[in-house]
Write a protein that binds this ligand. Structure first.
Ligand code: CAO
Length: 557
């Protein structure tokens, strides 16, 4: 198998063109004359075909590279008969657009216009291209046209090109419309006014270009096989779709304009003929990005993952710091537990999406704790221990009944007020945090709640909670009372709208109007969703909770 360098063939007067699309990748099997890359000048885009069949070994160009005749595009491992001719890459077929003259050349070749009166502008020599479609009209009657200004864009199955005016003047009449098929010599437009002889504007170097191109490119365009499917270079794919490696449907000047502005054309919705992207589309896209109405895919990719399935705030945060901790000392890596991964994602979403506010308060539980201790002494033999958390659940139920907006969830623009009262409690387990639910806590006594809590806490520690054990909560309590601390700010367990954090009670001096009394004070921390709950309601909720805990008889009221 011989390795062949596939080079850019004679592309006429195009000195240097930009690689705008790679159509193959290493490992691809290509046929002779199959398009390998698309290149673009400021007036035309064209595909560069392979001179041989074989397997692509290495691509030698990348996007935005400038190439010209003789530049190596890729290395091919030639197949079959091609291998035999491998050493002779000179037999490069002409690129699809090879015989399309540079527009300037076309200007030069056009008849010289009269200095005044109507001037006819015809389709210049566009090489071997026959029956090309008008895909874009770039001017309208009444426009002042400069010599060499592009009038229309035409497209063959391999290239699109802009056809310039051979004279200056005011456009009186356009003789073609979108979708028309045109050929060399067809009347394109009539100008009047200050017509300028084209000889004055034609680039002399370009004058001989069509002929030179034709001469240096004996392989006729006709020998380039028609593409198997839709035109490969300019597919009319939905512009909103992520880039697929195909070019968006836009003329070279529009693409140049987009490049200058840094607009990703693949994301622009074309409103032109057959979905083509117009300069206005590029401008509208730029404006929309600048005003924040839309984000480019690059911006979206840089932003963190959406916080919830319903979309989320894409915050342009800095990437997470990557630190090689071993530089600073020995480390050990442990994978996160399944629970930590799941709860972490939920906590993150809830923290980011819910506007949390925190209220802290104190409850005097002196009498309640004395009652609890006494009850536990009396019921020692029952095996069920009354816990402070069970009292807190029962007290919360009373507060939820009094302030129904705490027993609610947001659903779009609606508040779902729940007629039931399931209360969850956070349980610390060796594998991470879980949140089992006491169902219908409003229908249960503190003893039953204590018992169920004990069972659920055990199940949690044993990793045996079922999904049903952790669903349907209206409100959650997170108690660190058995551990310590004063106050904290628990994260709301969405779609609930509030969570109560409880810390360790301790004896504190409380002024009774005459003297300081030693009282058992329980610190309460309420986190609430400000979209649903107001600060005053939160303060009332906490105060009411405090009153109940101070005198549990109020639960009966
Ligand atoms: N103040 C002072 N002491 C308290 C107290 C409080 N608020 N709450 C409990 N205690 C005491 C109990 O009386 C008990 O003491 P005794 O053994 O002398 O009776 C001791 O602390 C241990 O209580 P406990 O923690 O076993 O029981 P509990 O009912 O208070 O809590 C459970 C059960 C499952 C909630 C708890 O084990 C737990 O997992 N807590 C951690 C929850 C958590 O991680 N929250 C943070 C989540 S982040 O939002």
């Amino acid at each position: 198998m011989a390795l062949i360098d596939i080079q850019v063939p004679d592309i006429g007067d195009f000195d240097e063109v930009t690689v705008i699309e790679l159509l193959v990748k290493p490992g691809d099997t290509v046929k002779a004359e199959q398009s390998l890359i698309t290149v673009e000048s400021d007036k035309a885009s064209m595909e560069i075909p392979s001179s041989h069949a074989g397997v692509v070994k290495e691509i030698k160009v990348k996007l935005d590279d400038k190439v010209k005749q003789g530049s190596v595009v890729l290395t091919l491992e030639a197949a079959g008969a091609d291998a035999a001719v491998a050493p002779a890459p000179a037999a490069v077929p002409a690129p699809a657009v090879q015989q399309v003259p540079a527009p300037v050349a076309a200007v030069a070749a056009a008849p010289v216009a009269a200095a005044s009166g109507p001037v006819e502008v015809h389709v210049p020599d566009i090489g071997d291209f026959k029956d090309v479609s008008v895909i874009e009209i770039l001017v309208k009657p009444g426009d002042s046209i400069k010599a060499e200004q592009s009038l229309i864009t035409v497209e063959s199955d391999k290239a699109s090109m802009e056809i310039p005016s051979s004279a200056a003047g005011v456009l009186k009449e356009l003789k073609v419309k979108l979708g028309d098929i045109v050929n060399i010599g067809d009347l394109l437009a009539i100008l009047e006014g200050t017509a300028a002889p084209v000889a004055a504007v034609a680039a002399p170097a370009a004058t001989a270009q069509p002929a030179a191109a034709a001469a240096s490119a004996p392989v006729a365009v006709a020998s380039v096989p028609a593409p198997v499917s839709a035109p490969a270079a300019l597919p009319a794919h939905a512009p909103t779709v992520a880039p697929t490696g195909n070019l968006p449907h836009a003329s070279p000047s529009v693409r140049k304009f987009a490049r200058e502005l840094g607009v990703p054309l693949a994301e622009v919705k074309g409103t032109g003929y057959k979905g083509r992207i117009t300069p206005d589309d590029v401008q509208a896209f730029t404006k929309a990005v600048m005003t924040g109405a839309i984000r480019t895919e690059a911006q979206v990719a840089k932003a963190p993952a959406p916080a919830a399935s319903g979309g989320g705030a894409g915050m342009d945060l800095l990437p997470w710091p990557k630190v090689d901790f071993s530089k600073f000392g020995p480390v050990e890596r442990q994978p996160l537990s399944r629970i930590k991964k799941i709860s972490g994602a939920n906590l993150h979403r809830n923290w980011v999406m819910i506007p949390h506010v925190f209220n802290h308060d104190d409850a005097d539980i002196t009498e309640l704790e004395a009652f609890r201790v006494q009850m536990n002494k009396e019921n020692e033999k029952s095996g069920v221990k009354l816990t402070m958390l069970a009292f807190l659940i029962k007290a919360s139920v009373a507060a939820l009944k009094k302030f129904p907006q705490f027993n609610a969830s947001l659903d779009g623009d609606q508040l779902v007020l729940k007629q039931y009262c399931h209360v969850a409690f956070a349980a610390d387990t060796p594998n991470g945090l879980v949140v089992p639910v006491i169902r219908d806590a409003d229908k249960k006594g503190v003893l039953q709640i204590s018992q169920e809590m004990g069972e659920l806490a055990k199940k949690a520690r044993d990793g045996k909670l079922s999904p049903a054990d952790m669903q349907g909560a209206c409100f959650t309590i997170s108690s660190l009372g058995g551990i310590g601390g004063r106050y904290f700010t628990p994260i709301i367990n969405a779609p609930e709208v509030a969570i109560l954090g409880v810390c360790k009670s301790q004896i504190e001096p409380v002024w009774d109007g005459k003297a300081f009394q030693p009282r058992l004070i329980l610190p309460l921390s309420l986190s609430w969703d400000h979209r649903v709950i107001d600060g005053a309601a939160a303060a009332r909720f906490n105060a009411y909770l405090g009153q109940i805990l101070a005198d549990f008889r109020r639960v009966l009221l």
